[in-house]
Design a protein around this ligand. Sequence first.
Ligand code: PMP
Ligand code: GLN
Length: 378
Amino acid sequence: HPSKLPHIGTTIFTVMNHLAKKYDAINLSQGFPDFSPDRKLIDLVTKAMYSGYNQYAPMAGNMELREAIAKKYDVLYKSSYHPETEITVTAGATQAIFCAISAFVKPGDEVIIFRPAYDCYEPAIALNGGKAISITLDGPEYQVNWNSVKEAINDRTKMIVINTPQNPIGTIFSDKDLMQLQALTKDTNIIVLSDEVYEHIVFDGAIHQSVCLFPDLKARSFVAASFGKTFHNTGWKVGYCCAPKVLMDAFRKVHQFNVFCINHPTQKALADYLEEPSHYMELSGFYQKKRDLFLDLIKPSRFRFTPSKGTYFQLLDYSAITQEGDVDLAKRLVKEKQLASIPLSVFYNKDINNKVLRFCFAKTDDTLKRAADIINTI
Ligand code: PMP
Ligand code: GLN
């Protein structure tokens, strides 16, 4: 039977994880920490289970958690989202992204995405009959040329997806980028989906620029976020979405029949844990130390790099080492050097000849040292 996604294979994250396991490799491929979440957070889940949070949560999410999220936006961005109508707790950011796209994208609609792009946007657009229009960003700086975005916008443009800090390239949008986006979408019906899952991981004193800081943008935007990145618990798959009520009403129509609600005890635990701002305010410093350690350790290597500005990913350019394609090299490094990474080319929609691999540095210092010892021999 013809499927709806004939051009989509198994994601690179699954492919590389399998190889990493098979060859007993150090796994810097898929983005997840190899250390545990705070013990206090784990204890809060057990406590929630013993306190009766074991049945369905409200459809839009546990109210205490929605209130804690609203408070975070008030404190951090001086931006208000109403917990009753404008915040929905989701099964990770992935489900938030899927619901936002499904609520609005119809056959024939165009959605602008910036490549290299995280891999869940395009299939969600395609499943709804939409067409992803790619704006390619060129390394090593990967800056957006807003004139090319202006040229890509037409009557069929339903949505623009942005991702700051951006996975896989480790770049961030400046306030000027967001002001350009705000100006380009003014007086249009375009919806913005802003994937901000790495909002708390920005380096070198930069400040995360959320769409919610720009009133005209906020009015047309969904913000997708994920606790997995922030609290070292990617396996819990808890995230959320914020948007003005008119957008959120449509979002919830999809969400209620997609999952209805998500895991309840973890929501209660996260609500309690979010009360303490240091639990997310200290994350940028924590990961900047890891980035700096990793880059310092691989100084003797033949890879070239621009330090990541956000996310927990670092791109390494191997063009001075070999002319192999990145997928071939990534697979060979797992087998021959027991080191797993992600080839950058899979995040494009065309053949691309950049010689770049992505490495995740959300790892213990010991793992980073062992990985660097290998990288320095390549
Ligand atoms: N967007 C980006 C840019 C990501 O890197 C990820 C996690 N890999 C997600 C969305 C999905 O987040 P979650 O695991 O919470 O579904
Ligand atoms: N966000 C993770 C990454 O970029 C992957 C999550 C997934 O496997 N879907 O590595």
